[in-house]
Design a protein around this ligand. Structure first.
Ligand SMILES: Cc1ncc(COP(=O)(O)O)c(C=O)c1O
Length: 399
């Protein structure tokens, strides 16, 4: 029998704060009660703040991030529409796959896994598209499979430089509420997130924010949509209600999560994630002398680190030993990087000492699996960084 609790260090679902849990420990409620709308309207407004949007429209669907992807596509595009995308990990791949299944004409740029959105190539393609055949440009801000963060502001600059009117669609499932995201400033048209990562909730909500420009695209968008349609949601949300049964318990949890983010301060949430991630990187590079899947610091993700194991080892051994022997859940390698990487998710409700569990456990599991990292080396490097370099880490995140 395993004792203690499972240390959850996959990159989502993340640790759920006690306060969020308690907020959801309520009787099921009447979603048509006269005062339910008074709860929902400010909830939607406050969710918008996490996206840094003032003029956008937030929608909360029962579902997960994948539903958010579908909503973004089906409300704005028509069969055969040309879209620009890039593939550099399992999640950017899956969004491409969904667009193809919707019958879109996908121009997908293949990128080595470990790098992110190829902004310069996007710029060239957009510049060459003089007739504006490309209707939407897609970007995965944080590729969870490889631990790579991309430059969304750069994609906006590429669109602006080409004076291109395409919509900008961003997958922020593993970045929003953890890594800086600026809907308004970056001119993002649809930003997609889910409840089980930075929002620190159980899985079950697709949380998206939509620009007025994207809202207007519904007029001409011919793809079929029902469950994820914005039309009924917009009409009903205006009064604080939903067109079908909302996940009321999760909405109560979301209220607590938004309050916690607000109390900590969104910028402080980003700084904390950066500092924790920096400690993990010290463990990987300075302590264990291993490599990240991300090819360079410009791609380093502050929410997830995908750690490459030596050629002769299989990362799955590390993951299974961590789980079986130490009750620690690490993220597995997906698709192309299966067996090559294990991932430490460091997002959500975490502090240094909690991350120490993942580092200590990974260290033991690696040695059990025959990866002879120096005992205590990663753990020590991270702890020493957190102990001494707090201000340095915070200054970098604020740049
Ligand atoms: C970057 C990214 N996009 C999309 C998804 C899909 O979200 P979900 O599993 O909530 O449907 C995930 C899930 O991990 C993700 O990490």
């Amino acid at each position: 029998m395993k004792t203690g609790y499972n240390a959850l260090f996959i990159p989502g679902p993340t640790n759920m704060p006690f306060r969020v849990r308690q907020a959801m420990d309520v009787a099921l409620e009447d979603m048509r009660a006269p005062d339910f709308g008074d709860f929902v309207k400010p909830l939607l407004e406050d969710t918008k703040k996490v996206f840094k949007s003032e003029t956008g429209q937030v929608f909360i669907f029962p579902g997960s991030g994948t539903g958010g992807w579908e909503s973004a596509i089906s409300n704005t595009l028509s069969p055969g529409d040309k879209v620009l995308m890039s593939r550099f990990g399992q999640f950017s791949h899956l969004w491409i796959d969904m667009c193809e299944r919707f019958g879109l004409d996908v121009h997908a740029i293949e990128v080595e896994w470990g790098k992110g959105v190829p902004v310069e190539e996007y710029a060239k393609v957009l510049e060459a598209d003089k007739n504006h055949e490309i209707k939407a440009v897609f970007a995965c801000q944080n590729e969870t499979a490889t631990g790579v963060t991309s430059d969304i502001a750069g994609v906006r600059r590429a669109l602006d430089a080409a004076n291109h009117p395409a919509l900008l669609m961003v997958d922020g499932v593993s970045s929003i509420a953890s890594i800086d995201f600026r809907m308004e400033e970056w001119g993002v048209d649809v930003a997609v997130s889910g409840s089980q990562k930075g929002f620190m909730l159980p899985t079950g909500l697709a949380i998206i924010c939509v620009s007025q420009k994207a809202m207007a695209m519904r007029e001409q968008a011919k793809l079929p949509r029902t469950f994820f349609s914005w039309d009924d949601m917009e009409r009903m949300n205006a009064t604080g209600y939903f067109p079908y049964t909302p996940a009321t318990t999760l909405l109560r949890g979301l209220r607590a999560s938004l309050d916690m983010i607000e109390e900590e301060g969104l910028e402080n949430v980003f700084r904390r994630h950066h500092r924790l991630a920096e400690g993990v990187r010290r463990a990987i590079f300075d302590g264990w002398k291993l490599k990240l899947c991300a090819h360079g610091p410009e791609w380093h993700s502050d929410t997830v680190s995908a750690i490459v194991v030596p050629e002769e080892n299989d990362a799955r051994d590390v993951i299974s030993r961590a789980y079986e022997r130490y009750n620690l859940s690490l993220g597995t390698g997906l698709a192309k990087v299966a067996g090559r990487v294990f991932r430490i998710g460091h997002l959500g409700w975490l502090n240094e000492v909690m991350v120490c569990q993942a580092l200590g456990g990974a260290e033991m599991a690696m040695r059990d699996a025959g990866i002879m990292v120096e005992p205590g080396s990663g753990f020590g490097a991270a702890c020493e960084y957190w102990r001494t370099a707090e201000t340095a880490g915070m200054a970098k995140a604020a740049e």
